[in-house]
Design a protein around this ligand. Sequence first.
Ligand code: 4AD
Ligand code: MG
Length: 480
Amino acid sequence: MRSLKLSVKDLLSAGKPGEEVSIKGWVRTKRGNKQINFVALNDGSTINNIQIVIDVPNFNDDTIQKITTGAALHVKGKLVESKGQQNIELVAEEVEVMGECNPETYPIQPKKHSLEFLRENAHLRFRTNLFGAIFRVRNAMSFAIHKYFNENDFNYLHTPLITASDAEGAGEMFRVTTLDMKNPPLTEEGKIDYSEDFFGKSTNLTVSGQLEGELGAMALGKIYTFGPTFRAENSNTTRHLAEFWMVEPEMAFYDINDNMDLAEDFIKYTIKYALENCMDDLKFLSQRLTDEEKNKKADEKSMELIEKLNFVLNEDFARITYTEAYDILRNCKPNKKKKFKYLVNEWGVDFQSEHERYLVEKHFKKPVIITDYPKEIKSFYMKLNDDNKTVAAMDVLFPGIGEIIGGSQREESLEKLLGRMEEIGVPKEEMDWYLDTRRYGSATHSGFGLGFERLILFITGMGNIRDVIPFPRTPKNALY
Ligand code: 4AD
Ligand code: MG
């Protein structure tokens, strides 16, 4: 007999007819009659189930009754060849029901549930084929990210989650405090006295690890962060979370072009990794998407999932400046016919997701990198271009997603950086540590941030960001 810890994945890939095995898992479905039962057993190791064949008269009634969807089973028996979906099935000799699952009250029935229903039961949705596939892909993508950076000599740097600075300067931060909210200490001017707070100053959850990441890059050369990020923006969209995971590489001696090359190579590597390692789950996800869209008109349907992943892998991303993008958008049909919610008619406007998606899905029909944005709509740390109007920013836009990466070459001149901070009103005193990178051995450097959940949306073909993170945090929702 082989080890007790065999997984269903092991059995399906390497089990041989005639072998005696022992396996544990949960019942997905049971069908059959008074003589014979077929149980589809799944343990989460793969989207595929192992079929358990139960010769009913050999088992007591009580056991058979308790084999219901969701119940945890321990089955011992012999592998035999199968004519079903898998090559192999297990003829049960012993069945122990480890945990019963009352079919009257169990919310996850062996039928299709809506994504909304599963979101409301997010603690149980892991048990569906769909969420099993999504979270295995998410796991594989985390691993691929670490693998990529490790293979390319990046150092994984842990930047703080609690910080006193607002990296993006957008003021969308969650405060961290231990002060008594009913009775906070006050300064003479009647303001809250944060010098009495836990850290002796006002602190918040980080919106980005970039600024600390730059400190690392200016010594270790190439670093990346990969951790949770928090934004208190009240955007109830299918693309925003209040707590999301961001990957932020930062590289000394990289200019904006090196930065774009890295972003494109990195993202393609993760997609290739998914195609090479997650095919069973991707096939399932592809079928889901096809079913989901079967009632859509031909021109509204998205490309088949696996074809789409291969397509992105094989295309060079388009690279254009903000000004070029602006010209395309200003002159495009939906803008002229006022089909856009926000019209593009003044250089300097920030692009909305409808514009980004037009560029990617309709105009270029492939991923697009936009560079050189007007300085007014980007962060203080981005390198000012010689025109004094634009900065060396880059956004990578993806089909169906919009912005998946945001990054830039950083302003390396102390003088110019101070000028920008002054203009925008970023407090200098608080940021002295950051300015030291420009005071001592300053050099060209660049980096970007990839929204991890947006990458998972793209790879799984899911449409709502709440469905690709195990426990979504969004406005008015922090269950679990
Ligand atoms: O464009 P952002 O705000 O860039 C930064 O934070 C830089 N400090 C990154 C850097 O240069 N190191 O965010 C980066 C990416 C976005 O492109 C998007 O994919 C994702 O993070 N993102 C979000 N994902 C989910 N929910 C949100 N609320 C997000 N906000 C940004
Ligand atoms: Mg951005």
